[in-house]
Design a protein around this ligand. Structure first.
Ligand SMILES: Nc1ncnc2c1ncn2[C@@H]1O[C@H](COP(=O)(O)OP(=O)(O)O)[C@@H](O)[C@H]1O
Ligand SMILES: N[C@@H](CCC(=O)OP(=O)(O)O)C(=O)O
Length: 378
C-alpha cells in the first residue's frame, strides 16, 4: 500500500533506532517469520558497512510465543506475559540468523527509563554494546511491564530509546507505506502525507488503531512516538518494512514514506530541557570556572568548584552559581557528597579522594547550558 508516496531524501544520520512492529514478524496465522526481517536486517547491515550505528527495537515476542503454547492459553494479561517470555528467545534467535555481528538482547520497561539511575545505566550499556560492534535488539520487559502490554507501546519505547542513545533519526517500519489522512484500510479517500512539520491534533485525530491482529498500537502510537522524538530533536521516518525495494533505497538515503520533522535541533532540544528541568541542587564555582564555561565552552572540573548545596545524585540537573547568581545549569556527573569532597581538587586526585572515578568532569560541556543573562555577571 505505497499508493501516492514518491521518493524523497532522508535526513543525514549516523546513529538510528529502527523499530520493527509485530505485523512484520508474524504470519497472518500468528507464526514468527523472517520473511521481512531479512530485508530489514540487510538495511541494518548496509548501514553498518557505511559506518553507521543501528539499535533495533523489535516487537513480536507475544506473537512468537503464541505458536509455542496451546491456543486456549494467552488470553489474559498474564497469559500474554507468559507468551512474551516464551517468544522472546525465538525472536532474538531469529534476528541473530541475519547478522554476522553478535546480537545483544536488552529488555526495558518504561519505569526503568523514568528512573534516572537506571536510565543512565541503560545508556552506558547501550553505548558500550555499540562500541563493541554488537547489534542491540530491545523489547519491552513484558514479564514485569503491565501497562505496556495493554497498550502495546513499543513505538513510544523506541522514541525514548532514540533519545537515550542520542540517535539522529527514528525509523519506524510497519505494514503500511506511511501516514495517510485517514486509515486507508477503512477510508478509500485516505491520501498520503509525505511530510509533517509538526504533529498537530488534526494528525492525531486522523490516526486510527492497528490494522492487523498482531499489531497493537496502530498509527496513533507512532504519532505519539514522533512527538516524543521531536521533543528531543529527533526526526521520525515511517515506511513499509515489507517493501524490499523501499528498504534498499533507504540504505542509499532515499525514502518512500513519511518524514515527521523535529522543529528543534537535538542540541537546541537538549539545551531547552536543561534550562527547564527541575534542579536538585546547586554548585558554586569560582571566577576562573565562569570564564572557562562562558568563554571557552569548557566542562566544569572539580578545581573550579567551591561548594555544593543540596542532596543531588549523579545524573541530576544542578544549578551552577557564581557570586550567588545562577549562571548555568547542567547534569552532575557526581552526587553532592562526592562534589563536596573533590571541590577545589585536581582531576587527577578524584580517584585517590573518592576511591573511584566517573571521569574528569563535574559537569560535561555536552550536558551544560549557560543561561542567556549570564553575560551580565562579572
Ligand atoms: N491515518 C493512518 N495512516 C496510516 N495507517 C493508519 C492510519 N490510521 C490507522 N492506521 C493503521 O495503523 C496500522 C499500523 O499500526 P500497527 O498495526 O500497530 O503496526 P505495527 O505492528 O507495525 O506497530 C496500519 O496498518 C493501519 O491500518
Ligand atoms: N513487547 C510486545 C510488543 C507489543 C507492541 O508494541 O507491538 P507493535 O504495536 O507491533 O509494535 C511484543 O514483543 O509482543
Amino acid at each position: 500500500m505505497a499508493a501516492g508516496f514518491t521518493e524523497q531524501p532522508l535526513p543525514t544520520w549516523r546513529r538510528a533506532v529502527l523499530k520493527v512492529g509485530s505485523s512484520l514478524l508474524t504470519t497472518p496465522d500468528g507464526a514468527l517469520t523472517g520473511r521481512h526481517a531479512d530485508a530489514l536486517a540487510a538495511f541494518v547491515a548496509a548501514s553498518r558497512r557505511a559506518g553507521r550505528e543501528v539499535v533495533i527495537v523489535s516487537s513480536g515476542a507475544v506473537a512468537a510465543g503464541r505458536g509455542l503454547a496451546t491456543p486456549e492459553r494467552g488470553a489474559g494479561l498474564t497469559g500474554r506475559q507468559a507468551l512474551a517470555a516464551l517468544g522472546q528467545t525465538r525472536l532474538i534467535a531469529l534476528w541473530q540468523t541475519f547478522f554476522d555481528a553478535p546480537v545483544a538482547q536488552v529488555l526495558l520497561t518504561h519505569d526503568d527509563l523514568r528512573n534516572r539511575r537506571r536510565y543512565l545505566n541503560a545508556r552506558s550499556t547501550l553505548r558500550e554494546l555499540l562500541a563493541i560492534g554488537a547489534i542491540p535488539v530491545i523489547n519491552e520487559n513484558d514479564t514485569v511491564a503491565v501497562d505496556e502490554l495493554k497498550l502495546g507501546d513499543n513505538d513510544n519505547l523506541a522514541a525514548i530509546v532514540a533519545a537515550l542513545v542520542d540517535a539522529d533519526v527514528l525509523f519506524i517500519a510497519s505494514d503500511i507505506a506511511g501516514l495517510y489522512t485517514a486509515n486507508p484500510r477503512t477510508d478509500p479517500d485516505a491520501a498520503p502525507v509525505m511530510e509533517v512539520a509538526e504533529v498537530t491534533p488534526e494528525h492525531l485525530a486522523s490516526a486510527g488503531g492497528a490494522g492487523t491482529v498482531a499489531g497493537t498500537g496502530g498509527m496513533r502510537t507512532k504519532l505519539d512516538a514522533a512527538i516524543k522524538a521531536a521533543a528531543a530533536g529527533i526526526e521520525t521516518v515511517l515506511f513499509d518494512g515489507r517493501d524490499a525495494a523501499c528498504l534498499g533505497r533507504l540504505a542509499d538515503g532515499a525514502l518512500v514514506g513519511t518524514r515527521l520533522r523535529a522543529p528543534r535541533s537535538r542540541l537546541a532540544a537538549r539545551k531547552y530541557w536543561l534550562r527547564h528541568a527541575p534542579s536538585a541542587g546547586r554548585v558554586t564555582v569560582d571566577p576562573g570556572a565562569v570564564d572557562a564555561l562562558r568563554g571557552r565552552g569548557a566542562s566544569l572540573l572539580p578545581g573550579g568548584v567551591v561548594d555544593a548545596v543540596g542532596d543531588f545524585a549523579r545524573g541530576d540537573v544542578v544549578e551552577i552559581l557564581a557570586g550567588g547568581e545562577p549562571f548555568a545549569r547542567g547534569i552532575a556527573q557526581y552526587g553532592a557528597t562526592d562534589v563536596r569532597r573533590i571541590a577545589r581538587r585536581h582531576t587527577r586526585d578524584i580517584e585517590a579522594v573518592l576511591g573511584y572515578s566517573y571521569g574528569e568532569t563535574i559537569v560535561h560541556r555536552d550536558d551544560l547550558v549557560v543561561l542567556p543573562d549570564a553575560a551580565r555577571l562579572p
